[in-house]
Design a binder for this molecule. Sequence first.
Ligand code: SF4
Length: 245
Amino acid sequence: MFELSKALQARVRASTSALLAALVEFKNVCYANSLGPESMVLTDLIWGAEQGSEAAALPKIEIFSIDTGRLYPETYDLIERVQRRYGRALRIYYPQAAAVEGWVDANGINGFRDGVEQRRGCCAIRKVEPFRRAVAGRDAWVTGIRRSQSAGRATAAPVAWDGEYGLHKISPLLDWTDKEVWEYIRRKQLPYNPLHDKGFPSIGCAPCTRAVQPGDDQRSGRWWWERDESRECGLHPRTQVGFSK
Ligand code: SF4
């Protein structure tokens, strides 16, 4: 049962080692769970770590998610299924109500479609500010980004100084392929968002995410009305500053 290919076992070992090394080096480490397929893998590596195994320390990494208030119903169901599977609670951070009310008053309920600045303003309130609170006082945060997801992520470093938020950023899945992520999910029968079976490679807020055509850039279904270079969420700036190890 749950037999993984040799190549995938090697990926798991490398990612587990990267997480353990981050815990040793940075101590106070958290994982920003975006609830995508990579998140299902990382959640399993962290919460699924067996007691008595080399990876037993990994559940010390606190896992959190951000509820922007505009997620798909399927995403909320997924949170519940993940929590049930592991018997643990995801820490959920929410935007500040007054900030959301002020932004909607000024821009309209879907005003993020009126321009890049409006969209960034909405992301700043609904995602970036809660994220900033979630990582405050931490030494490092873990992300599930992979090189093949976009041109902007292709050159990301496994460990980098995140100058925007003032802590280190750990990317243990950088070299995993999309196929490997899904092989891991299927072999281990992990929960995942059913929208992935309907052409959504990347799922964020409902009004800002749509299905893509086979072969399209994985991020092309996000903020599709904007030019390519503006389409990041603010949590992963395009210019990486830092070091790798
Ligand atoms: S993805 Fe869309 S709805 Fe979500 S925070 Fe950004 S602009 Fe707002």
